[in-house]
Design a protein around this ligand. Structure first.
Ligand code: S3P
Length: 434
């Protein structure tokens, strides 16, 4: 098992560019493959998750050329995918499995989707239910992977009230709706990331969007396009927290995606008193970008507004570290979804905070964290093989007086392959031992 040894550091300086957005990289491959013509992508995330999507589409006969972060996809059109020879193994990637299930439910061939030990424990009934309503035939292991998807089913449009605020379910249904007869409408309980909608628009597909209702009629076509993937705010978040909690910090994160459905972490940190400023705002390919400057901050605990939860859903492990360094208590509710991410992020973070002597109370749908001082670690922190837990505790080392050991860090490569290198460039002191 790989581990990080993260030693204390006090000063962070410099500019850094974190890798491309994971959600957008997945969607570039999926929609580029289903478009007519050649789609060119730059800034593609070379992380294991996005690469799993890429190789799955290659296995379905799509010609995809990649050189570093540049990808050229020779789209085959909505009906041009071929039956893969084997099951499609999507590794650790829930986004790949949930979104691709929407596409595969509508193909005229059978397919099977599998994943690693963590993905095999994650709930898939949330997508099986609406897809089945649309006419799909999917077998699962009690609502968990592997998924066996029967081909040649005729899908029909549905009106679906999402029971959970989830962009993955929304996107899965939207992708199936491209093939369905008639109109599909999705009603969201809370706003979630809208990259699928933006990209479909960019590829010339008409969507009807009002408040939290998104409608789309099947039977259209996707045209090809060029995409420049902005830096992932979920990866930038670790350095936003790092900049806030380090004793002396002045760092700038360049060209970060600030799509308003993703900026919950900025709002939450600012509510906690973060010294964080945005500049150089621009729009590229339907997505908003900005440079984010972060300086050492005096943070205070807050009650996190529940409407911000889906807009910061992947950033809570890092936010919990900020809360541990804040004055007073931070209270999170309405975040039950954190329990079914790559790990149970409430419990696994609480266990790590216990090792560092930070008082916390685990709640069914959140946590209370009492800010304090990290003590001498009482053991090795277990990441439960969750990339975001590993990186969050690595950042915590900025406020520790002792080296921190974090075990099970190999999955950092799923979303942020150069994390250690970039962190050390700005002044951190992390070593990875394989
Ligand atoms: C994602 C949506 C979120 C997020 C995941 C990526 C996406 O999942 O946690 O990392 O790309 O649509 P949910 O939709 O399950 O909240």
């Amino acid at each position: 098992m790989s581990k990080f040894i993260a030693k204390p550091a006090a000063t962070l300086t410099g500019n850094l560019k974190v890798p491309g957005d994971k959600s957008i990289s997945h969607r570039c491959i999926m929609l580029g493959s289903l478009a007519n013509g050649t789609t060119e992508v730059s800034g593609f995330l070379q992380g294991a998750d996005a690469l799993a999507t890429l190789s799955a589409f290659k296995q379905m006969g799509v010609k995809i050329e990649r050189s570093g972060d540049k990808v050229r996809i020779h789209g085959v059109g909505l009906h041009g995918l071929k039956k893969p020879d084997t099951a499609l193994n999507l590794g650790n990637s829930g986004t790949s499995m949930r979104l691709m299930a929407g596409i595969l439910a509508a193909q005229d061939f059978d397919s099977e989707l599998t994943g690693d030990a963590s993905l095999s424990k994650r709930p898939m009934d949330r997508i099986i239910t609406p897809l089945t309503q649309m006419g799909a035939l999917i077998e699962s292991n009690n609502g968990k992977p592997p998924l066996k998807i029967k081909g040649a089913q005729k899908l029909k449009g549905i009106e679906y009230h999402l029971p959970i605020a989830s962009a993955q379910i929304k996107s899965c249904v939207l992708l199936a709706a491209l093939y369905a007869q008639g109109k599909t409408c999705i009603i969201e309980p809370q706003t979630t990331r809208d990259h699928t909608e933006r990209m479909l628009n960019g590829l010339g597909y008409e969507l009807d969007m009002a408040a939290n209702k998104i409608c789309l009629s099947g039977g259209g076509k996707l045209k090809s396009a060029q995409f420049q993937v902005p830096s992932d705010i979920s990866s930038a978040a670790f350095f936003m927290v790092a900049g806030c909690i380090a004793k002396h910090a002045d760092i700038t994160l360049e060209g970060v995606n600030i799509n308003p459905t993703r900026t919950g972490v900025i709002d939450i940190l600012q509510l906690m008193g973060a010294n964080l400023t945005l500049s150089n705002k621009q729009e590229i390919g339907g997505e908003l970008l900005a440079d984010i400057r972060v300086k050492s901050s005096v943070l205070h605990g807050i009650t996190i507004p529940t409407e911000l939860v889906p807009l910061a859903i992947d950033e809570f492990p890092a936010i919990f570290i900020a809360a541990s360094c804040a004055q007073g208590e931070t209270h999170l509710n309405g975040a039950k979804e954190l329990r079914v991410k790559e790990s149970d992020r409430i419990q696994v973070m609480a266990d790590g905070l216990d090792i560092l002597g930070i008082k916390n109370q685990v709640l069914a749908d959140g946590i209370k964290i009492q800010g304090g001082k990290f003590g001498k670690p009482s053991g090795i922190i277990q990441s439960a093989h969750d990339h975001r837990i590993s990186m969050s505790f690595a950042i915590a080392s900025l406020r520790c007086d002792y080296p921190l050991e974090i075990e099970g860090v190999e999955n950092v490569a799923t979303s942020f392959p150069d994390f250690v290198k970039l962190a050390n460039t700005i002044g951190m002191n992390i070593a990875q031992i394989n």
